[in-house]
Design a binder for this molecule. Sequence first.
Ligand SMILES: [Zn+2]
Length: 322
Amino acid sequence: MTNLKPLLLILPLGTATLTAQAAEPTTIQAEKQVAGYYQYQAGDIQITALLDGTNFMSPSLFKDITQQQVQQILKKYYADQDKGVQTSINAFLINTGKSLVLVDSGAASCFGAHLGSVLTNLKISGYQPEQVDTILLTHLHPDHVCGISKDGIANFPNATVYVSDDEAKYWLDSKQAAKLPKEKQANYLGTVEKIKQAIAPYQAKQRFKTYKLGDDIQDFKVINTAGHTPGHFSYELKTKGESIVFIGDIVHSHTVQFDQPETAIEYDIDPKKAVETRLKQFANFAKNGQTIAAPHLPFPGIGHIYSADGKSYQWIPIHFKD
Ligand SMILES: [Zn+2]
């Protein structure tokens, strides 16, 4: 005969006391995840993916696609959308042996308390912010730049920050706002305010620098991937037998924009160009098999891009290795 016992709620040890007679069924609470960094070895360099946090996007942000199509794709990929389309915000720390380079820096407090864990996760991963000598920004949106400083003080006091010349001009030229449609000006100026605050301590020490296409920074080749923003760039690093591309925001969704890569997103400043850039780069990555590191694909955001037909794509995340 089966030994009938009241159903006990199994709680993790250390977080709650086990009670022998749990009278009422209780909800199992979701705990905060521990992992906030992931290390990936590429030849003789080490990449540490740093989680800034999880964001939720409204499905209505996707453009040139019906909401019905969006819903179908999200369902196909089992994309949890209780609170919106789940999106990671990642930054990457690259130890080349000669240099410690941070690509993008997360949102810090620019978008609320659910983001801003890059600095904490960097320390937990065993590095110190003082060791970072170079910061490469793919563009100047706050979820990439805000993490470089806090309250006017540089989080990475020994680092030089690089962004493309085109990007700096777009956000830092005082005449730019007047060139935009009226309804976009307030939003633009709000973003500029956040950017200026983040870069100020680096500018004060002449540690804010710009580059042009053709320049190399610490062995990283710069690739023009404009569209999402006017001076958006990606960075490619070649190591023994492997090429890694830090793509930035050429894609925001591993579901909708892989299935239908011609779908733009509201955040794109030039949606048409953003789509052209994605199509061009995805075709290149699918053909040549570069390892991809992406700030908005599911953490750790490292993997490969595959296409069976050259029209739609699939995100192939790296396998977890311990
Ligand atoms: Zn972004």
